[in-house]
Design a protein around this ligand. Sequence first.
Ligand SMILES: [Zn+2]
Length: 390
Amino acid sequence: MDWKARVSAEIEDKRNILEELALAIGEHPELGFAEVKAARLLTKVLEESGYHVTRGIAGLETAFLGVCGHGQPNIALLCEYDALPELGHACGHNLIAMASVGAALGLSPFLSEIGGTISVFGTPAEETGSGKVILVEAGFFEQVDAAMMFHPSNQNLLMATGNALDAYEFHFKGKAAHAADSPEEGINALDGVLALFQGVNALREHVAEGVRIHGIITEGGTAANIVPERAVARFYIRAPERELLNRITEKVLNVAKGAALMTGTAVEWNEFELGTDDLRPSHPIALAFGANLQRLGVTDIEEFAIGRGSSDMGNVSRVVPSIHPYLSIGDDLIAHTSEFAKASLGEKGLQVGIIAAQALAFTAIDLLTDPGLLKAAKEEQIACKGSERR
Ligand SMILES: [Zn+2]
């Protein structure tokens, strides 16, 4: 039985529904955790195709789970559908949702014959809120054997790593005073922030390759003739592995303490976004995805690259074998630009969404029917586990 040919034809059949989905989400961008319309559209289509849908999982209004089939293996297809402020779908998450739902629609009519379960996860707020971290921590991936999604890009790339990330906001507190008349009475909170930046810059020389520390000052005083009583800075701290990042973050927090001490200020901090773990793509599943892309006529495929960005898919990849491959929707594009947003609504973007749906569905068939593939993926995943979040 050539399941792949049948599933491929089924996805072609549903092309109009899928393109309409991608356009409806793309033309009405919604920010993270506010993707009400996108979640409504996606769950409606899944329900109409035989998926049992639960909305609002893990306490997140715009997260959902659609399940079809029975028993193991249980293969997860992940949807993202959040947009960026002002730019709209400049990361092409509308196409991610289209492809995962497309794969799900292609598989559902045949799943009782193929065997196993398909779980479609709606994972909100990839850009800012790390919805997948919340779903992982709520235990939603404990019954899952493998997780897959694709991401639009400017190249076809099977495997890219991603940095673990921590997001910290530092509040320095001083004492206001007239900056000319009685400066000796004041304590300058902005000096605390500036000392933090200087300390971080000194730390930069002594961190491993691939570490990224980048910050902004969000509050630095209100008037030049008032000693700033309050100053705030935000930092993203990234490293190729969570274990390394934990050590770097500890050093940054010590720098903040030192900055407070040397300026006589007080400092407090909080994590302004949920941190994410490093992305570790599954080699066996990614290579299977690559073979399926070739079957679909895609030829210019890069196998591996080191990525410096971060994604909440990292946390999923630490608990279950996962892939996060990239497909080009335009070779000159740069993500998070208005050009990328335009391409995610364009003809080529929609065509790539269909190919991604087919390749994801084919790879799900491989995982459902070839126990050796899933075994290899699990063995690799267990071998590189053993490290936890702070
Ligand atoms: Zn993205």
